[in-house]
Design a protein around this ligand. Sequence first.
Ligand code: NAD
Length: 486
Amino acid sequence: MAKFEYAPAPESRAVVTIAASYGLFIGGDFIEATDGSTYETINPSSEEALAEVTEAGKADVEAAVRAARAAFEGPWSRLPGTERGKYLFRIARILQERAREFAVLETLDNGKPIKESRDFDIPLAAAHFFYHAGWADKLEHAGLSGGSGQPPRPLGVVGQVIPWNFPLLMLSWKIAPALAAGNTVVLKPAQTTPLTALLFAEVCQQADLPAGVVNIITGAGETGRLLVEHPGVDKVAFTGSTQVGKAIARSIAGTRKRATLELGGKAANIVFDDAAIDEAVEGIVNGIFFNQGHVCCAGSRLLVQENVADDVIMRLKHRLQTLRVGDPLDKNTDVGAINSAAQLARIRELTEIGEAQGATRWSAPCNLPDRGFWFAPTVFTDVCQSHRIAQEEICGPVLSVLTFRTPQEAVAKANNTPYGLSAGIWTEKGSRILWMADQLRAGVVWANTFNRFDPASPFGGYKESGYGREGGRHGLEAYVTTGANR
Ligand code: NAD
């Protein structure tokens, strides 16, 4: 397969200063943990240690929630929306000014290609702050009163827990609407990707955000559990796996806490025979190989109409041979490193099960680096609906291909999953797009495109993909209360 040769184009690491160790950001300052335990965060593309990070314990979670409560009851919740909006605008502008630094740091800590952190994660994170800054003084006019006639009010202290696949972006999805509505937050980034959240803490200082409005505590699942179960938390906002989402829902059941859960997915990307096939192939590649497939709404199941299946799969394999897998800091790289050894083990386990259950495996030929965590873009054909690779979220660069003959069959297969986060439809017929979108049990349906996001557009799931929406006016609803329900 002819392939362009590219000279290396590495982004400079020099734009980022990483401290040897980080404390917790509580009450506007970085402080030492009470129990003093730490762990290393590593670069998944080289396994090099980047920094020592604090594991927050019970007393630290307590201190963070207390700082958030004090800030809420202090001036923050009574500040006019215009003033809150100014802080959000300031944060958005600082994120833009420091975008290159954030992009390099995200790529170092996460393993994603620099062109994605530079062109997707960081600009979209800034856009979320800009968008919500605009809402801060308009909440009374957003129809959020639930018919009570009372102005919407903030809920209080929000406990937020996020995953490792889009660290800064998920932080912005959580913090921007919470602050716009007048809440204060304690946020825990994922264990393997804490560094951009800690840099964001510096942005809060730079923006002169009042102390305690944003608190960042690092640690693993136990820290997250302590946070969401803390009685001083009024609302929980969680993005992560369905398994942990269920545990959180159980733990807060019967309390007064509100929750939004953004969980896993197993999206169908559906290609009809009248689709523009080359564009659809680009959409399939973007759908599952963007961010190494570490995407909750990834198009991990390709449903292709039977009469064009051979052609689509042939063109897809050709295209995959041109993907450049390797150094995430190289601006030419398309597919970076798998985020952690644990995630790589999970991907390997599920792909081995795929082969054992009878699916046919094909992996793009590529030279994977010796060190770090890597997995070649992989396509499974001859997949049955009952195969585990067609049912379970792999959260890696692995596509399962199924076929269908009629639109009805496509809908039945697409909906045959416990999840319901997203779906894609590729066809020239507008009427078919509308009919399909109506039938698909998925929170987001893309037509002739995939993985498009905008802060104004609500995002969220059906079924085991969670509940609640993030983004847009719908996302704000989760962060306010009114006279009617208080
Ligand atoms: P995970 O559920 O293991 O962890 C997510 C976060 O929860 C981490 O910060 C983790 O430390 C914390 N956590 C773990 N156990 C906890 C507990 N008992 N209580 C509280 N917090 C706990 O998920 P992950 O592996 O980090 O992330 C990948 C998952 O996230 C995938 O399933 C992906 O689909 C999903 N995801 C969903 C969305 C969405 O919007 N629906 C977006 C991105 C990722």
